[in-house]
Each structure stands twice: as structure tokens, then as C-alpha cells.
Design a protein around this ligand. Structure first.
Ligand SMILES: Cc1cc2nc3c(=O)[nH]c(=O)nc-3n(C[C@H](O)[C@H](O)[C@H](O)COP(=O)(O)OP(=O)(O)OC[C@H]3O[C@@H](n4cnc5c(N)ncnc54)[C@H](O)[C@@H]3O)c2cc1C
Length: 331
């Protein structure tokens, strides 16, 4: 690991004043939260920040609820959020997407801000001997013709097929999540659905955040009907593995008929992904095995397999269908 400078400011204003921007090539400065993504990538020499700004002393670790609104500081850990009654009882999909991720040790230190911004697990991104436009713009993409079993089928481009590996963002995106940020003295709010960028021809630019912009909080609107929600994660082993496919589902039902459906997809896309066409298709329909399968097919319209990962399209369709049927069974 390369040497780096380390700072641990005591308030957000000092923090956002001292940080130096981290360029797309992984140099410059970086925010250090739980470190479970960042330090890994530094050890692999994928990221080479010259300065780490530790955000541990900045607070941002409260969970506040007010009616349907849940506001979480960016340093709330995955474990804390997973256990909070607003999620565990009020919107199980938001709790399940956390506790089905990583391991207990990781969830105890990993933060929600870091979780949203975790980097892809694409093996070509993580191996500095391989060509990767995300790591080194303009170098090419060895994943396209390489072993791409784990990679994306939605939102890809010829320049990058790396998948967004996180679970929670695909559940949070169902609840109008907004990310609050600070940069110097200025703050802004960004819809979670607009935080990440499709790779297009510039895969190294993963989000709309400025390089030195700090996420301070995440706010969600959780309606009472979100109690009927569920996260289905399909993976190679039942624990401690990233999603091959996954579906985050919340249903507002009127008897057998769907008043509103919300569907997020994991493991299959280059960014957090909401299947809005499938949601629209289900509105007003009775939920049966047939309509659930149709919704799954619609969710993957436009998907493209790259060889080894072709299986993700039929598997993803069935994952959506099963998640819908399981969710409908909840009371
Ligand atoms: C073995 C292993 C298995 C895993 N399995 C899963 C899984 O199944 N599902 C899943 O979803 N995740 C999984 N993860 C990923 C894990 O959830 C993330 O590593 C973790 O959530 C990142 O949070 P962190 O606080 O450690 O972030 P860090 O590593 O500290 O930061 C990650 C990135 O976010 C930036 N950052 C952090 N906080 C902020 C902020 N407040 N504002 C702006 N930028 C910020 C950092 O600069 C860095 O670029 C796994 C990780 C490991 C190591």
C-alpha cells in the first residue's frame, strides 16, 4: 500500500474545507468511513489516494423518524439501520437488504454513505494488470470479451459492463430516497435515483457528486403499506456473497389487486435500478403467477447478456416474479 496523509477533522465544515478532490484515476483525496471498500482497493493499488479524511469524528450517526420520514446520518452503520424498527417492522425490505449483505463484522463498521458509494466488484476493475475504462479511462474493457459471469446486463455500454454490487440502494430507491451533501459551505439534496451515472463513454465517473462532496444524510419516505415488502437475493452461496440477481419489492394491495408496486433490481445493472415499466404494468392488475412472470419479463426488456452472464436475464425475470408473489403473501 502506498503512503498517504491522514486527517481526522472534528466538524463537517473543517472537513469539507481541508479535503482535496479525488480524481477519477483514484488519486488526490478521499473520505474514509468504515474503510471496507476503500482500504481494500488501496491494498490492491486500484485506488491511490494521497490523503484520507476520516469522517469518524463528524457525528452524522443518528436515525430520526417523523411520521413517514426516516432520516439517517451518513455514518449510521449497516447493522444499526438493519435493526431499526422503522425498517425492521415498517419496511422489512430495507432491513433485509442490509442483513443479507456482507458479514456481521463488516456490517458493524460499514456505513450507509460508504455503502451507497461502494465500487464495483468487477474482477477487471480490481486487477491493475487488466484493461479497465473505469479504473484507467481509455484503456479498454477486458470484461466485455472476458469472463463476465458476475457482470451487468442492464445499463451497460461497450466501454463498461461492471455491475453495481450493492443491495441496499436498490431497496432505498423504492422510497424516494434523497441524499444530502455538503461541499465547503454549500449543501444540496440529490435524489438517490439520480446519484449514479450510467457508464456510457465515461465509466470512471460513477456519480454526479463532485470529487470533494460529502454525503451527510439519507432521507426516505416510508409509507405505512411498506410493511408489505421483501428483499429476495439470489447468490452462489446463502451467506457472505454478492447478488447474482436480486429483487426489492414493496406492494400496496387492494385485495388481490395491485394498487401500487415498487421494484428494485440487484446484481444485474450498472447502477441502482428501479423497474418502473414493470411497476406500471402491475398497477390495477390481480397478482398471479402469470402477471408476476410478465412483470419480470418487462423488467428485463432491453437487457443484454455478454456471454457468461446470459443466465442473469431469465434468472432475474424469475427473481422478480418470485419476489412479487412472496411479497403479496405477506399481510
Ligand atoms: C467481503 C465483502 C463482502 C461484501 N458483501 C456485500 C454484499 O453482499 N452486499 C453489499 O451491498 N455490500 C457488500 N459489501 C460491501 C460493503 O457493504 C461496503 O464495503 C460498505 O458498505 C462500504 O461502507 P464503508 O463505510 O466501509 O465505506 P468506505 O470503504 O469507507 O468508503 C467507500 C467509498 O465511499 C466514499 N465515502 C464513504 N463515506 C462517504 C460520505 N459520507 N460521503 C462521500 N463519500 C463517502 C469513500 O471515499 C469511498 O470511495 C461487501 C464488502 C466486503 C469487503
Amino acid at each position: 500500500m502506498r503512503p498517504f496523509a491522514y486527517a481526522r477533522p472534528k466538524n463537517v465544515r473543517d472537513a469539507t474545507d481541508i479535503v482535496t478532490p479525488m480524481g477519477v484515476a483514484g488519486q488526490g483525496g478521499a473520505w474514509l468511513a468504515g474503510g471496507t471498500t476503500l482500504i481494500d482497493l488501496m491494498k490492491l493499488d486500484v485506488l491511490r489516494p494521497e490523503q484520507l479524511t476520516d469522517i469518524q469524528a463528524l457525528g452524522m450517526d443518528e436515525i430520526e423518524t417523523d411520521g413517514e420520514t426516516v432520516r439517517l446520518g451518513a455514518r449510521v452503520t449497516m447493522a444499526q439501520a438493519a435493526e431499526h424498527p422503522a425498517f425492521k417492522e415498517g419496511a422489512p425490505v430495507l432491513s433485509q437488504a442490509l442483513w443479507k449483505a456482507a458479514s456481521p463484522q463488516l456490517r458493524n463498521v460499514a456505513t450507509l454513505g460508504g455503502n451507497l458509494l461502494q465500487r464495483t466488484r468487477c474482477p477487471y476493475f480490481r486487477d491493475v494488470s487488466k484493461a479497465c475504462n473505469k479504473r484507467e479511462p481509455g484503456s479498454g474493457c477486458d470484461a466485455v470479451g472476458g469472463y463476465n459471469r458476475l457482470l451487468a446486463v442492464l445499463g451497460t455500454s461497450e466501454n463498461c459492463i461492471a455491475n453495481y454490487p450493492g443491495d441496499w440502494a436498490n431497496a432505498a430507491i423504492l422510497f424516494d430516497a434523497v441524499v444530502e451533501t455538503r461541499r465547503g459551505r454549500r449543501g444540496r439534496a440529490i435524489e438517490l435515483g439520480k446519484l449514479h451515472r450510467l457508464p456510457g463513454d465515461a465509466p470512471a465517473r460513477e456519480t454526479v457528486l463532485e470529487d470533494d462532496e460529502l454525503i451527510t444524510a439519507i432521507e426516505l419516505t416510508v409509507p405505512s403499506w411498506a410493511r408489505r415488502s421483501y428483499y429476495l437475493k439470489v447468490r452462489d452461496r446463502e451467506s457472505y456473497a454478492f447478488a447474482n440477481t436480486g429483487a426489492a419489492v414493496a406492494l400496496d394491495m387492494d385485495g388481490d389487486s395491485v394498487r401500487e408496486a415498487r421494484i428494485g433490481l440487484s446484481g444485474v445493472a450498472t447502477t441502482p435500478w428501479r423497474a418502473r415499466e414493470a411497476e406500471a404494468f402491475l398497477r390495477g392488475k390481480a397478482l398471479s403467477e402469470e402477471t408476476a412472470m410478465q412483470a419480470g419479463a418487462i423488467a428485463f426488456e432491453g437487457a443484454r447478456g455478454w456471454g457468461h452472464n446470459d443466465f442473469k436475464i431469465p434468472l432475474g425475470q424469475r427473481t422478480v416474479a418470485r419476489a412479487l408473489l412472496e411479497t403479496a403473501r405477506l399481510s
